[in-house]
Every structure is written in structure tokens, then in C-alpha cells.
Design a protein around this ligand. Sequence first.
Ligand SMILES: *Cc1c(COP(=O)(O)O)cnc(C)c1O
Length: 399
Amino acid sequence: MHIFHDAEELTKALKPDIPVILNRPHAARRAATYFVEQFPGKSLYAVKANPSPALLQLLWDSGVTHYDVASIDEVRLVRGTLPDATLCYMNPIKQETSIREAFQQHDVRIFSLDSKEELEKISRASGHAEDLTLCVRLQVASEFAEISLASKFGVEVDEAAELLQLARQAADQLGVCFHVGSQAMTPLAFVHALERVRTAIVEASVTVDIVNVGGGFPSIYPGLEPPSLNHYFQAIDRTFEDLPISYSAELWCEPGRALSAEYSSLIVKVEKRRGYELYINDGAYGTLFDAAHIGWRFPVKLIDSADNDTDFAEYSFYGPTCDDMDYMAGPFLLPDDIKAGDYIEIGMMGAYGSAMRTKFNGYGDHAEYDVLDEPMDSLYLGDYLDRTDRENVISFPHG
Ligand SMILES: *Cc1c(COP(=O)(O)O)cnc(C)c1O
């Protein structure tokens, strides 16, 4: 496959009519290396954010050994791509046939659960195996995250004691896990959740071997600029060290977004302009699901070599399908004189971008290329590696 330097070189050469996903292997490697080296524990990759086999391989080659999978298809995909990876089946509601296949055919030993029924399912489907790692999912607040994961899964803290005790009896290793919600904008989200873990452990008086703080680590988007990741890691480390757990207990995290957001951007073509609305060739049923359904504002730029200083204006986008809901409100800031036939690059699309693509209305066809330039923004470069000038940073006394 030809490798282009950047979006401009590609659009000049190919003049693509279909959306093009640009992958940046170096950016994925950089994110993985950062987590592997800096997170004070083990980093799992949450596959749902971007299940591309090329990305899975890059993460593996960068030292990510554990993968959070949530469906039997994800189990098969990761096992097929990375034969030696450790798979963690972290959806608290699984079909018994899926648990059995994961256990028997794909060597899965790590499961999450949030109910007695699920514990019984796992026990039956694994033939009461004695080498299981069972992670009890706790319900925590999503108040600091952009996307809630609070209402669907998790046992409430004051009802967790019995489940923790039962899981302890069935497990070789007992874990506690949670998810603070996606794009958590402050480390406090994790500190508060870990305080709930403390309460649950004390109430149940069980020995816990693993504390898994889940995903939720942010990326960076217009209007959503978090503190640098080392502040998250530091806050988690301090709070974890203070928990009533054994000296040998392990700390895990399972980022999806933070490991994949910078991996990809997207080239779209403007098919028509109507005032400040642009009709483009990708949308709500394609790579731009989050831009449509939760109003996410991704960074954009006109692909154009001319260095003219035109004024900028605020645009919204319509996708290619015949559905009014195929609409991305933005606002997206682009030059005043943008017109049909122009190309736009949309950045930070690696997480929950191509993963969301459907074939609705006959769209969904796309191309993919690797490029060499840097992502439009980065939490792993320059200032963002240690950024302290944010209100939502919390500091701990040293020593
Ligand atoms: C979605 C999910 C993740 C990844 O979340 P991000 O916000 O992308 O980091 C991690 N763990 C579980 C259980 C999930 O469902």
C-alpha cells in the first residue's frame, strides 16, 4: 500500500470520491508506549474503541499484552489477530454460550460480572474452573465524564458485599472494576470511584487482588482540553496505594479512547454547499456517529495548499444518507470561501470513528491509508505531556 505524507498529498494524487481514513501508526505506538511506561500498573486496550487488526498489532508490538473484549466476536477477532494476548471478557452481561466458547476455545480466564446470576453462568460455562479471575463491576458516578456509563452496569456499593464474597469463593484472583464514563475531564473522577471501591472492600472484608479503574482516559478535542495524563496516573496511584488491599495487589486500567483517538483522521469531500451547511460524503451512520449523536466537535481543516488568509466561518455538516438525522451540528470552523469539490480533514477520529461505520442507505464504502504527519492534536506531544495550567488539575502533598 502506498504511504502518503499527509492528507494534501493524498487528495492531490487520488481525488477520492469516498471517505478516506488516514492512519498514523506512529501516533498509536506513542500512545501505547506512554501507557505501558507511565501508567503505574497494567494497561489493557478496550477493543471496542477501534477493533482494526492493524491497530491491535501495533499496540501488541508496543507492549500492550491484555485486551478488554466485550463480545464473542471481539474475542474471536483478538484471538485470531494476537494468538498470545491475554483476553479479558469485561462485559458484565454475557451469553452462556459465549462464555463457554471463550473459555474452551480461546483460553479466556478473566471475566467481569455484576450479579449473582452472571457468576453462576460463568461457573457453569467454565465447568467450575479453579483458575478464574473474576472482576466485580461497581456502579460509580459519571458526573465528570462527557459520556455516561453509569446507569447500565455495576452493582451498587452498598449491595456489593455479598457478591464480592461469593466471587471470592469462586475465583482464583478477585478484582474490582468500574468505568467512570468516557472522556473523563478530571482525575477526580477516578479518585471518587476509588473511594467507592474502598467502601465496598471494607464492607465485604474480602482480599482483593486486582483493582481495575477501567477506561475514561481522555483525548483532546475542541472545547474538551483535559489536564495531561500524568495527573490522572498520579491521582490514581496515590488513591490506589491508600486502599485496604494487600501489598501485592495489582492496578489495571483499560483505556479505549486514549490509546486510539490519535491513530486516525478522516478525509471527506464537500458535495454541496448551502449557506453555512456543507453536504459531505460521511456522516452519522458512518465515521461521524459521535459528531451527530452527541454533538462531538472534532477538529477540522480545509485541505488546501494555498496559504491565503481568508476569514473563517462556522459550519454544520449533512452526511450522505437521505435522513435528516444524518446531521452534525458542530459548529465546525472552516474558511469562508469553502465550496463543493473541496476536501476537509477531520482529526482525532481513531476512537469510536471507523468502529461505528454502517452500510445504511448504501454508504459506508471507504478507503484507508497510512500517513506520516502528526495528528491535529496530541496528549502525547509537547506541552500536553506535563500540563499543569488547567483548573481541573488536583494536586497531592508530596512525600
Ligand atoms: C468502553 C469501555 C472501555 C473504554 O472506555 P474509553 O472511554 O474509551 O477509555 C473500558 N472498559 C469498559 C468495560 C468499557 O465498556
